[in-house]
Design a protein around this ligand. Structure first.
Ligand code: MBD
Ligand code: FE
Length: 287
Protein backbone atom coordinates (compact mmCIF):
# COMPACT_ATOMS: atom_id res chain seq x y z
CA UNK A 1 0.00 0.00 0.00
CA UNK A 2 1.14 3.57 -0.54
CA UNK A 3 2.02 6.15 2.10
CA UNK A 4 -0.87 8.22 0.77
CA UNK A 5 -3.52 5.70 1.69
CA UNK A 6 -2.02 5.34 5.17
CA UNK A 7 -2.31 9.10 5.60
CA UNK A 8 -5.93 9.14 4.45
CA UNK A 9 -6.86 6.25 6.70
CA UNK A 10 -5.34 7.74 9.83
CA UNK A 11 -7.31 10.94 9.23
CA UNK A 12 -10.42 9.03 10.30
CA UNK A 13 -12.63 11.32 12.35
CA UNK A 14 -15.13 10.36 15.00
CA UNK A 15 -17.87 12.40 13.38
CA UNK A 16 -17.38 10.74 9.97
CA UNK A 17 -17.36 7.16 11.32
CA UNK A 18 -20.22 8.11 13.66
CA UNK A 19 -22.32 9.45 10.79
CA UNK A 20 -21.73 6.27 8.76
CA UNK A 21 -22.60 4.04 11.73
CA UNK A 22 -25.74 6.05 12.51
CA UNK A 23 -26.94 6.01 8.90
CA UNK A 24 -26.33 2.28 8.44
CA UNK A 25 -28.03 1.45 11.71
CA UNK A 26 -31.11 3.56 10.98
CA UNK A 27 -31.51 2.03 7.51
CA UNK A 28 -31.58 -1.49 8.98
CA UNK A 29 -33.67 -0.55 12.04
CA UNK A 30 -36.33 1.10 9.89
CA UNK A 31 -36.59 -1.98 7.69
CA UNK A 32 -36.91 -4.27 10.72
CA UNK A 33 -40.26 -2.63 11.61
CA UNK A 34 -40.39 -3.86 15.23
CA UNK A 35 -42.83 -2.55 17.82
CA UNK A 36 -42.68 -2.73 21.62
CA UNK A 37 -45.88 -2.58 23.66
CA UNK A 38 -46.84 0.26 26.00
CA UNK A 39 -46.73 -1.80 29.20
CA UNK A 40 -43.15 -2.86 28.51
CA UNK A 41 -41.98 0.65 27.59
CA UNK A 42 -43.76 1.99 30.68
CA UNK A 43 -41.84 -0.42 32.98
CA UNK A 44 -38.43 0.03 31.37
CA UNK A 45 -38.63 3.79 30.85
CA UNK A 46 -39.86 4.29 34.42
CA UNK A 47 -36.89 2.30 35.75
CA UNK A 48 -34.42 4.14 33.52
CA UNK A 49 -35.67 7.56 34.58
CA UNK A 50 -35.60 6.45 38.22
CA UNK A 51 -32.02 5.15 37.89
CA UNK A 52 -30.87 8.51 36.49
CA UNK A 53 -32.63 10.41 39.26
CA UNK A 54 -31.25 8.10 41.94
CA UNK A 55 -27.68 8.74 40.75
CA UNK A 56 -28.28 12.49 40.64
CA UNK A 57 -29.67 12.47 44.20
CA UNK A 58 -27.06 10.10 45.66
CA UNK A 59 -24.18 12.00 44.07
CA UNK A 60 -25.71 15.43 44.75
CA UNK A 61 -25.15 16.37 41.10
CA UNK A 62 -24.68 20.15 40.72
CA UNK A 63 -26.07 22.44 37.99
CA UNK A 64 -22.55 22.73 36.54
CA UNK A 65 -22.35 18.95 36.26
CA UNK A 66 -25.91 18.70 34.91
CA UNK A 67 -25.10 21.23 32.19
CA UNK A 68 -21.87 19.46 31.23
CA UNK A 69 -23.86 16.24 30.95
CA UNK A 70 -26.53 17.93 28.84
CA UNK A 71 -23.95 19.45 26.45
CA UNK A 72 -22.20 16.08 26.20
CA UNK A 73 -25.43 14.23 25.34
CA UNK A 74 -26.12 16.81 22.62
CA UNK A 75 -22.59 16.31 21.24
CA UNK A 76 -23.15 12.56 21.21
CA UNK A 77 -25.97 13.15 18.73
CA UNK A 78 -24.16 15.67 16.54
CA UNK A 79 -21.09 13.36 16.41
CA UNK A 80 -23.34 10.46 15.43
CA UNK A 81 -21.85 8.48 18.31
CA UNK A 82 -25.00 7.01 19.84
CA UNK A 83 -24.37 3.65 18.10
CA UNK A 84 -20.79 3.62 19.41
CA UNK A 85 -21.76 4.66 22.93
CA UNK A 86 -24.55 2.08 23.21
CA UNK A 87 -22.56 -0.77 21.65
CA UNK A 88 -19.54 -0.11 23.88
CA UNK A 89 -21.31 0.43 27.21
CA UNK A 90 -24.65 -1.36 26.97
CA UNK A 91 -24.79 -3.96 24.19
CA UNK A 92 -22.88 -6.61 26.20
CA UNK A 93 -25.78 -6.87 28.64
CA UNK A 94 -28.37 -7.08 25.85
CA UNK A 95 -26.30 -9.82 24.20
CA UNK A 96 -25.96 -11.78 27.44
CA UNK A 97 -29.73 -11.77 27.91
CA UNK A 98 -30.35 -12.60 24.23
CA UNK A 99 -28.06 -15.66 24.24
CA UNK A 100 -28.63 -16.87 27.81
CA UNK A 101 -30.59 -19.96 26.72
CA UNK A 102 -28.36 -21.08 23.84
CA UNK A 103 -26.15 -24.15 24.08
CA UNK A 104 -24.04 -23.58 20.98
CA UNK A 105 -21.01 -21.36 20.48
CA UNK A 106 -20.75 -18.19 22.53
CA UNK A 107 -21.88 -14.95 21.01
CA UNK A 108 -20.81 -11.44 21.85
CA UNK A 109 -21.67 -7.92 20.73
CA UNK A 110 -22.05 -6.87 17.09
CA UNK A 111 -20.64 -3.37 17.57
CA UNK A 112 -21.28 -0.40 15.28
CA UNK A 113 -19.33 -1.42 12.16
CA UNK A 114 -21.27 -4.33 10.62
CA UNK A 115 -22.37 -3.88 7.01
CA UNK A 116 -24.73 -6.51 5.52
CA UNK A 117 -24.31 -8.07 2.06
CA UNK A 118 -20.52 -8.23 1.87
CA UNK A 119 -19.27 -9.99 -1.30
CA UNK A 120 -19.91 -13.73 -1.24
CA UNK A 121 -17.48 -16.54 -2.01
CA UNK A 122 -17.32 -20.31 -1.52
CA UNK A 123 -14.81 -21.81 0.90
CA UNK A 124 -11.80 -21.88 0.63
CA UNK A 125 -11.90 -18.11 0.22
CA UNK A 126 -9.64 -15.10 0.55
CA UNK A 127 -11.34 -12.07 2.01
CA UNK A 128 -11.27 -8.84 -0.02
CA UNK A 129 -8.03 -7.03 0.74
CA UNK A 130 -5.52 -4.69 -0.86
CA UNK A 131 -2.73 -6.31 -2.90
CA UNK A 132 -0.19 -5.31 -0.24
CA UNK A 133 -2.48 -5.49 2.79
CA UNK A 134 -0.28 -5.01 5.89
CA UNK A 135 -0.46 -7.53 8.73
CA UNK A 136 0.27 -11.19 9.42
CA UNK A 137 -1.64 -13.44 7.00
CA UNK A 138 -4.06 -15.65 8.93
CA UNK A 139 -5.62 -18.89 7.73
CA UNK A 140 -8.85 -19.19 9.71
CA UNK A 141 -10.65 -22.50 9.35
CA UNK A 142 -13.05 -24.86 11.06
CA UNK A 143 -16.43 -26.52 10.81
CA UNK A 144 -19.99 -25.41 11.48
CA UNK A 145 -22.13 -28.06 13.17
CA UNK A 146 -25.46 -28.26 14.95
CA UNK A 147 -25.68 -28.83 18.71
CA UNK A 148 -25.21 -32.62 18.77
CA UNK A 149 -22.53 -32.58 16.10
CA UNK A 150 -24.30 -32.88 12.74
CA UNK A 151 -22.41 -30.88 10.06
CA UNK A 152 -24.36 -27.92 8.67
CA UNK A 153 -24.09 -27.97 4.91
CA UNK A 154 -23.29 -24.62 3.27
CA UNK A 155 -23.45 -22.61 6.52
CA UNK A 156 -22.83 -18.92 5.92
CA UNK A 157 -20.04 -17.05 7.67
CA UNK A 158 -19.93 -13.28 7.52
CA UNK A 159 -16.55 -11.93 8.59
CA UNK A 160 -15.53 -8.31 9.08
CA UNK A 161 -12.61 -6.80 10.90
CA UNK A 162 -10.24 -3.88 11.22
CA UNK A 163 -6.99 -3.68 9.28
CA UNK A 164 -3.45 -3.64 10.68
CA UNK A 165 -3.90 -0.01 11.77
CA UNK A 166 -7.23 -0.69 13.48
CA UNK A 167 -9.49 0.83 10.80
CA UNK A 168 -12.73 -0.55 9.31
CA UNK A 169 -13.64 -0.12 5.66
CA UNK A 170 -16.69 2.13 5.11
CA UNK A 171 -15.94 3.84 8.47
CA UNK A 172 -12.52 5.32 7.75
CA UNK A 173 -11.42 7.16 4.60
CA UNK A 174 -9.10 5.73 1.95
CA UNK A 175 -10.06 2.05 2.18
CA UNK A 176 -11.66 -0.01 -0.61
CA UNK A 177 -15.41 -0.40 0.05
CA UNK A 178 -15.36 -4.05 1.11
CA UNK A 179 -11.83 -4.27 2.48
CA UNK A 180 -11.63 -7.10 5.04
CA UNK A 181 -15.35 -7.85 4.77
CA UNK A 182 -16.78 -11.00 3.23
CA UNK A 183 -19.51 -13.64 3.22
CA UNK A 184 -18.11 -17.16 2.99
CA UNK A 185 -20.16 -20.27 2.24
CA UNK A 186 -18.92 -23.45 3.93
CA UNK A 187 -18.73 -26.74 1.99
CA UNK A 188 -21.27 -29.58 2.17
CA UNK A 189 -19.79 -30.72 5.51
CA UNK A 190 -19.85 -27.22 7.03
CA UNK A 191 -16.08 -26.89 6.64
CA UNK A 192 -14.67 -23.47 5.92
CA UNK A 193 -11.27 -21.93 5.27
CA UNK A 194 -10.84 -18.17 5.09
CA UNK A 195 -7.61 -16.39 4.33
CA UNK A 196 -7.31 -12.96 5.87
CA UNK A 197 -4.84 -10.95 7.99
CA UNK A 198 -4.67 -10.56 11.75
CA UNK A 199 -6.36 -7.30 12.78
CA UNK A 200 -4.71 -4.82 15.14
CA UNK A 201 -5.99 -3.77 18.56
CA UNK A 202 -8.62 -1.12 18.10
CA UNK A 203 -9.00 2.21 19.82
CA UNK A 204 -12.49 3.65 19.70
CA UNK A 205 -12.44 7.19 18.25
CA UNK A 206 -10.90 9.55 20.82
CA UNK A 207 -11.93 12.85 19.20
CA UNK A 208 -15.72 12.57 19.65
CA UNK A 209 -18.16 12.49 22.53
CA UNK A 210 -17.21 8.94 23.57
CA UNK A 211 -13.55 9.91 23.61
CA UNK A 212 -14.41 12.97 25.69
CA UNK A 213 -16.10 10.77 28.29
CA UNK A 214 -13.16 8.34 28.34
CA UNK A 215 -10.63 11.15 28.85
CA UNK A 216 -12.76 12.94 31.44
CA UNK A 217 -13.33 9.74 33.44
CA UNK A 218 -9.70 8.57 33.18
CA UNK A 219 -10.67 5.37 31.33
CA UNK A 220 -8.94 3.93 28.24
CA UNK A 221 -10.31 3.54 24.70
CA UNK A 222 -8.92 0.12 23.74
CA UNK A 223 -10.54 -3.02 22.50
CA UNK A 224 -8.37 -6.11 21.98
CA UNK A 225 -7.80 -7.08 18.33
CA UNK A 226 -10.83 -9.02 17.10
CA UNK A 227 -12.54 -10.75 14.21
CA UNK A 228 -16.29 -10.09 13.94
CA UNK A 229 -18.49 -12.94 12.71
CA UNK A 230 -22.09 -13.82 11.98
CA UNK A 231 -22.61 -17.53 11.44
CA UNK A 232 -25.95 -18.75 10.16
CA UNK A 233 -27.88 -21.39 8.24
CA UNK A 234 -31.59 -21.85 7.49
CA UNK A 235 -33.32 -23.45 10.50
CA UNK A 236 -30.64 -22.33 13.00
CA UNK A 237 -30.18 -19.38 15.31
CA UNK A 238 -27.73 -16.91 13.84
CA UNK A 239 -24.70 -16.32 16.08
CA UNK A 240 -23.11 -12.88 16.18
CA UNK A 241 -19.71 -13.15 17.81
CA UNK A 242 -16.10 -12.01 17.94
CA UNK A 243 -12.81 -13.86 18.28
CA UNK A 244 -9.78 -12.46 20.08
CA UNK A 245 -6.08 -13.35 20.27
CA UNK A 246 -4.30 -14.77 23.30
CA UNK A 247 -1.63 -12.44 24.68
CA UNK A 248 -3.39 -9.25 23.55
CA UNK A 249 -2.86 -6.38 26.02
CA UNK A 250 -6.58 -5.67 26.33
CA UNK A 251 -8.13 -9.13 26.70
CA UNK A 252 -8.77 -8.43 30.39
CA UNK A 253 -9.94 -4.81 30.10
CA UNK A 254 -11.87 -4.44 26.84
CA UNK A 255 -13.61 -1.03 26.90
CA UNK A 256 -16.68 -2.78 25.45
CA UNK A 257 -16.72 -5.66 28.02
CA UNK A 258 -17.19 -8.14 25.16
CA UNK A 259 -14.41 -10.71 25.72
CA UNK A 260 -15.31 -14.23 26.90
CA UNK A 261 -12.71 -16.94 27.59
CA UNK A 262 -14.29 -19.24 24.96
CA UNK A 263 -13.65 -16.60 22.29
CA UNK A 264 -9.87 -16.30 22.62
CA UNK A 265 -7.82 -17.85 19.80
CA UNK A 266 -4.24 -19.03 20.03
CA UNK A 267 -2.99 -19.17 16.43
CA UNK A 268 -0.06 -21.32 15.38
CA UNK A 269 2.85 -19.81 13.50
CA UNK A 270 3.32 -21.47 10.10
CA UNK A 271 5.60 -21.02 7.09
CA UNK A 272 8.61 -20.22 9.28
CA UNK A 273 6.71 -17.69 11.40
CA UNK A 274 5.57 -15.51 8.44
CA UNK A 275 1.95 -16.61 8.63
CA UNK A 276 -0.53 -17.80 11.23
CA UNK A 277 -3.19 -20.49 11.25
CA UNK A 278 -6.02 -21.21 13.65
CA UNK A 279 -9.02 -23.51 13.84
CA UNK A 280 -12.32 -22.56 15.42
CA UNK A 281 -15.53 -24.58 15.17
CA UNK A 282 -19.00 -23.07 15.43
CA UNK A 283 -21.95 -24.88 16.97
CA UNK A 284 -25.41 -23.54 16.11
CA UNK A 285 -28.62 -23.95 18.11
CA UNK A 286 -31.83 -24.91 16.32
CA UNK A 287 -34.06 -21.92 15.52
C1 MBD B 1 -15.49 -1.79 17.43
O1 MBD B 1 -14.70 -2.29 16.47
C2 MBD B 1 -16.26 -2.63 18.10
O2 MBD B 1 -16.17 -3.91 17.77
C3 MBD B 1 -17.08 -2.18 19.13
C4 MBD B 1 -17.89 -3.12 19.90
C5 MBD B 1 -17.13 -0.86 19.43
C6 MBD B 1 -16.37 0.01 18.74
C7 MBD B 1 -15.56 -0.45 17.74
FE1 FE C 1 -14.89 -4.17 16.08
Amino acid sequence: MTDDSYAAETEAKAAASGAAATEGFLQRATKANVTVDTARINRIATKLVKALNDVAAEEEVTYDEYNIFKAWLIKMGTDGEWPLFLDVWLEHTIETVHNSKRQGSKGTIEGPYYVPNAPEGASPATIAMRPDEPGTPLKFHGQVTAVGGAPIKNAQIELWHADDLGFYSQFAPGLPEWNLRGTIIADDQGNFEINTIQPAPYQIPTDGACGQLIAAAGWHAWRPAHLHLKVSAPGFHLITTQLYFEGDDHIADDVASAVKPELVLNPNKIDGGKNAEVRYDFVLDPA
